[in-house]
Design a protein around this ligand. Structure first.
Ligand code: ADP
Length: 626
């Protein structure tokens, strides 16, 4: 019988397979086992609708012939007739309008093989000759399909008696690069089945060596036993009420390499246009590399219980990158002969749905399980804030109500909703203070009077906080205002009028101070915001001093500077003495410099010239002690 040629596209794929540089050759087994499983599904379906068709104990069998270097994958599924063999194994991409050539040009082979597999042809990665013996359920004839190269294949009659398909792989000889013999090793095959095909619904059977105790103490003998090597039912496909919390926790710890139990398990199924089951976990601790580029985000993807890929980024949004887990969808097909576009569409529909589910779970936790939510937030809150900030705040509306901040209200976590709900009647703005720690913020000169007036102040303790506020801009129409900035406005009209007048009356001394400081500051002014402290340093709208610091720590500020305003407390004794000294025509330049450095120190910044500062203070002390 003449050799039939493969279709052009198939030939290209076969070339690719035979000489594959793709390192993960293991996946061929997953592909063949899921083909077998599909074939069993098809027969099962027919048997459901037609009582004449009998299913005979559906199973998949693996068999190894060591000396012949043969691995056989056998099923008693639907089988193929001659046309099927021609159509299914002679050509790729028969279904749909998928243009394989086009995809090959666009993507590397690694992408294609890695992402959805290439079905039957992947066997050419490990075998130099493949025989397929098969008999269709309703046929009285069996066939043998054979191919040992990409040139073509032949189909002959065969004497196979039972219905189903046998894929016979002549495993390649070992090379320097690849130890093909491992596909003839039962232990190795068991591991591969566990990894990729554990949850196939049908039993996968194989003869394995087991050691048995003999009558004699301490002596064992090996026996061959035909065993089912897959567990057949994945945890996530079980009924929720049959799963114990412990099962979920164990599964998480085994599969996601975490010593800690998860903080929260989310297990659900969605039926509809795109059906899927998800088993998601919120870890209780951020992995040590979480905030680095080493951290791998994404979920495991399964299709009908068959493992497809790890770390599928396209299944969950970046701002929920702390979520671990898996998604199993019956609607994703395992091969590339369906349009990739459609896959993308389904994947993004699933992602949308998963994001929504995570969000609603977090919302519910915040509402009903506050203590755990706060635990979660302490670990991953910075991620959510960063999520609200990044991409110019594209996702801020999704995330804003999940954010918490410690605040002056008992130093506890509050949400923005809570903050706004207890704002004072006359309060328009949401006040925040930026600092390294709660203690440092509490010691800030600017905060005293605000707290006296009964306003609540959010503590911005993380670098990302203020950047995030600058993107959010406001919450429920209440603008964010930094108490470290000059534009905080909590004074009454009278107070404002008084300050304005004081500034005018003191123009002379303020100008002198500004001149003494030169371009260290942009402005010197009196302010009514201070109570017991003599001075503070603030910035104007726009970049804050703290943001400037963060950016310069990251080498990213490109020379942009915050505006520096030295504010002086007109009611403080220090200013009164300074005024007196000034009126007595004595120089106040040195005092001005000390005041500025003090303001820097209180705000938690380094002073420009510590040596000069110390000298000034020593001089002043000497003078005072004379
Ligand atoms: P697919 O992703 O469609 O399974 P494959 O290249 O793996 O792509 O297989 C092509 C076709 O060959 C299948 O769709 C199926 O019709 C047929 N086939 C493959 N393996 C078997 C099998 N074990 N039993 C019956 N039919 C099979």
């Amino acid at each position: 019988m003449a050799l039939k040629k493969f279709k052009t596209e198939s030939k290209r794929l076969l070339d690719l397979m035979a000489n594959s540089i793709y390192t993960n050759k293991d996946i061929f087994l997953r592909e063949l086992i899921s083909n077998a499983s599909d074939a069993l599904d098809k027969l099962h379906y027919l048997a459901l609708t037609n009582t004449d068709i009998k299913e005979d104990d559906p199973k998949i069998e693996l068999a190894v012939d060591h000396s012949g270097r043969i691995l056989t994958i056998k099923d008693n599924g639907i089988g193929m007739d001659k046309d099927d063999l021609d159509n299914n194994l002679g050509t790729i991409a028969k279904s749909g309008s998928f243009d394989f050539k086009e995809a090959l040009n666009k993507q590397s082979d690694v992408d294609i093989i890695g992402q959805f597999g290439v079905g039957f042809y992947s066997a050419f990665m490990v075998a130099d000759k493949i025989s397929v013996k098969t008999r269709k359920y309703n046929s009285d004839k069996a066939y043998l399909w054979q191919s040992s190269s990409q040139d073509g294949y032949e189909i002959k009659d065969d004497d196979k008696e039972d219905v189903g398909t046998e894929i016979i792989l002549h495993i390649k000889e070992d090379t320097k690069e690849c130890n093909y013999s491992k596909y003839l090793d039962e232990d190795e095959l068991q591991l591969l089945v566990k990894k990729y095909s554990d949850y196939i619904r049908y039993p996968i059977k194989m003869d394995v060596e087991v050691s048995k105790a003999t009558e004699k103490e301490g002596e064992t003998r090996t026996e061959i036993e035909n065993r089912t090597i897959n567990s057949m039912q994945p945890l996530w496909r079980k009924n929720k009420k049959d799963i114990k919390e412990e099962d979920y926790d164990d599964f998480y710890m085994q599969n996601f390499y975490d010593y800690n139990k998860p903080l929260k398990t989310i297990h659900y199924s969605v039926e509809g246009n795109t059906s899927y089951t998800a088993l998601l976990y919120i870890p209780s601790k951020a992995p040590y590399n979480y905030y680095t580029t080493d951290y791998k985000l994404g979920l495991k993807l399964y299709s009908k219980g068959v493992f497809i890929k790890d770390e599928a980024k396209e299944l969950v949004s970046d701002y929920f990158r702390f979520i671990r887990g898996l998604v199993d969808s019956d609607d994703l097909s395992l091969n590339i002969s369906r349009e990739l576009l459609q896959q993308d569409h389904q994947m993004s529909a699933i992602k949308k749905s998963i994001d929504k589910r995570i969000k609603s779970t977090l919302e519910k936790m915040l509402k009903d399980d506050r203590a755990n939510y706060e635990k979660f937030f302490a670990e991953f809150g910075a991620q959510l804030k960063f999520g609200a900030y990044e991409n110019y705040g594209q996702n801020k509306d999704v995330l804003v109500d999940l954010l918490l901040f410690k605040s002056s209200f008992e130093d506890q976590y509050v949400s923005l909703k809570e903050y706004v709900s207890r704002m004072k009647e006359d309060q328009k703005d949401i006040y925040y203070a930026v600092g390294e720690s709660i203690d440092k913020i509490k010691a800030m000169p600017q905060i005293e009077r605000l707290l006296d007036k009964g306003y609540e102040v959010l503590y911005f303790l993380e670098n990302v906080d203020e950047f995030m506020a600058s993107i959010l801009m406001n919450y429920e129409d209440h603008p964010f205002k930094s108490i470290n900035k000059g534009d905080v406005d909590f004074e009454s009209e009278d107070e404002k009028e008084k300050t304005k007048k004081e500034n005018e009356d003191n123009k002379d001394i303020l100008t002198t101070i500004k001149n003494a400081l030169g371009d260290k500051v942009d402005e010197v002014r009196l302010s009514s915001r201070l109570k017991s402290h003599p001075v503070c340093l603030v910035s104007d709208d726009g970049l804050s001093l703290e943001m400037e610091q963060v950016l310069s720590d990251m080498n990213q500020n490109a020379g942009i500077k915050a505006k520096r305003i030295l504010e002086i407390n007109p009611d403080h004794d220090l200013f009164k003495s300074l005024r007196k000294t000034f009126e007595e025509k004595e120089a106040i330049d040195d005092y001005a410099k000390v005041l500025y450095d003090q303001a820097l120190l209180i705000a938690g910044f380094k002073i420009d010239d510590p040596v000069e500062y110390t000298k000034l203070i020593s001089d002043l002390m000497v003078k005072a002690m004379k």
